[in-house]
Design a binder for this molecule. Structure first.
Ligand code: PLP
Length: 448
């Protein structure tokens, strides 16, 4: 069982308060002097022992609930109360009229698109800098994902590049609040209104993030979430759709339950609309209900630590933390992203920097690659169905437009830390800063 340790609880509780008490007047951007230290990748001592908070965490009550559920045999949503209970709690947490729990974030997105009528031959504008599911769900609807460019500073869709992507086939915009960073929704919603497009927020990484004080997922026509194991609200797998549009939510409920009647989807027959089975299980909902007990306090701990890192890391040459988009007031910090500018590190390539950081006991990764050029794109564009649905000239034009300099730049520069690291102590955060400072100061020893 992975319970939160006493040390984590104490440091977590003090993290918020300390955030306002820190003295920034350090003699250098690091904490301590690392110049003489040999890098761990070259055989030196690690900055951090590597004992980061584990994820997911659970407690004895969760174990007992699951065993009771198992013994009851009431495992599917039709035979129990837990999925509906979770939906009510999640809708209340988000501040929306309705929530529908689904099997996953992918199925939440698929259901929303179907319910809004995104159909074969349509086009959907989406950010390229995202998990591949955001592309897949558009392709699965036999629609064409059209990539607006990414703003490398915010890691998000650049609203100024959206309008040129619109055609008479465009039916929706799918902004992705990647890593928990809220997109500039005022600009996106204004474009959607002008062209009568639906806005489906991919908030699969953005539980409790805020834009102008409102939760991500409540800002467009619908918001979709993921509860996969790595997520800040985990249940192994799981997802949710939230919206204030009752008719849309009825339609989603019906679609995800094999097209059975629900609410305004009247019983004109046993299966009045086309649907499928994307239902959440009782086990998932039970886990989510327990995980909800810590979601608010965890979010505050992550934020306090992330703001601390922002202040420290931006002082190191070549390290540029994410910038919140205009109007964004809070990130969910599913990941903590920054850009690594190699020329400030004597041209040490990013991958070598990441290897050096990992050797220091600081787990890190490089975010998403330029997936808009991945094999899956041509696989779909040259498929039998796509050739029927889109003209050769449209697909040629699409290929020519698939040049995204902002996204390419970010794919070369991004570095990420994992959300569970942000549940660590203030001294863990200091070790992150110290490790990067040590690498910077010893960058000459990383060459070759
Ligand atoms: C941005 C984004 N969209 C969609 C998904 C799909 O969610 P799931 O894995 O729950 O199907 C994910 C999951 O990682 C995601 O990160």
């Amino acid at each position: 069982m992975r319970k939160i340790t006493r040390r984590q609880a104490i440091t977590a509780a003090s993290a918020g308060a300390l955030g306002t008490m820190v003295n920034w007047s350090f003699p250098s951007f690091g904490i301590g002097n690392n110049v003489q230290d040999k890098l761990a990748i070259n055989g030196g001592q690690k900055v951090h022992p590597g004992n980061w908070p584990e994820w997911p965490v659970w407690d004895q009550a969760e174990e007992e609930n699951i065993i009771a559920m198992l013994r009851s045999g009431r495992w599917w949503r039709g035979s129990g109360e837990h999925v509906a209970e979770f939906e009510n709690h999640y809708a209340a947490l988000m501040g929306t009229k309705r929530c529908l729990a689904t099997a996953s974030g992918t199925t939440a997105l698929l259901t929303s698109m179907k319910a809004f009528g995104v159909d074969a031959g349509d086009e959907v504008i989406v950010s390229p800098f995202t998990f591949i599911a955001s592309y897949n769900v558009i392709f699965m609807n036999k629609a064409l994902p059209v990539f607006a460019d990414t703003d490398p500073e915010t890691f998000l869709i650049d609203p100024s590049t959206i309008e040129s992507c619109i055609t008479d086939r465009t039916s929706a915009i799918m902004p992705v609040h990647i890593y928990g960073l809220p997109c500039d929704m005022d600009k996106i919603n204004a474009i959607a209104k002008k062209y009568n497009l639906k806005v489906i927020e991919d908030a699969c990484q953005a539980w409790l993030a805020e834009y102008r004080g409102k939760k991500t997922g409540t800002l467009g026509d619908a918001g979709c979430f993921s509860f996969q194991n790595s997520k800040n609200l985990p249940a192994g797998e799981g997802g949710a759709i939230i919206s204030n549009n009752v008719e849309f939510m009825d339609r989603c409920t019906s679609i995800h339950n094999c097209g059975r009647p629900y609410g305004s989807i009247k019983r004109t027959s046993d299966y009045p609309i086309a649907g499928t089975n994307f239902r959440m299980q009782q086990f998932q909902a039970l886990i989510l209900m327990s995980q909800m007990n810590r979601i608010l306090s965890d979010a505050d701990i992550r934020q306090a630590n992330a703001l601390y890192l922002d202040e420290k890391l931006k002082q190191i040459p070549g390290i540029i933390p994410y910038k919140l988009a205009d109007g964004a007031t809070r990130s969910a910090y599913h990941l903590y992203p920054f850009r690594y500018i190699s020329k400030e590190f004597n041209d040490v390539p990013r991958d070598r920097f990441i290897r050096a950081l990992n050797a220091e006991g600081i787990p890190s990764g490089n975010g998403y690659g330029p997936q808009n050029k991945d094999g899956l794109i041509e696989d779909q564009l040259t498929s039998k169905g796509f050739k029927r649905l889109f003209s050769e000239s449209r697909l040629k034009q699409w290929r020519e437009q698939n040049m995204l300099p902002g996204n390419d730049k970010l794919c070369n520069e991004a570095v990420i830390f994992y959300q569970s690291m942000l549940l660590g102590s203030r001294s863990d955060m200091d070790d992150i800063v110290n490790a990067i400072t040590k690498i910077y100061e010893n960058r000459a020893a990383l060459k070759g």
